[in-house]
Design a protein. Structure first.
Length: 71
């Protein structure tokens, strides 16, 4: 599976795999209106699980790479 830098990830709502070598990989999509006041106070826009059960902020400790979902 090819991996790409997170800066090149699609932010159009497409579900992809985002990952960080120390955290793991998760199926998520970009939500420009998502917030998480506990882990990212004041930040709007973050990676979000399709069922909205989890968010992951960009930047420090955020995902570093992404890949397409398997066909």
């Amino acid at each position: 599976m090819d991996r790409y830098p997170i800066a090149t990830a699609p932010k159009d709502g497409l579900a992809i795999i985002v990952s960080h070598p120390d955290v793991g990989a998760f199926v998520m999509c970009w939500n420009p209106t998502a917030t998480n006041h506990l882990f990212a106070p004041g930040q709007t826009g973050m990676w979000e699980a399709p069922d909205r059960s989890m968010t992951w902020k960009e930047g420090e400790d955020g995902p570093t790479e992404w890949s397409h979902l398997p066909a």
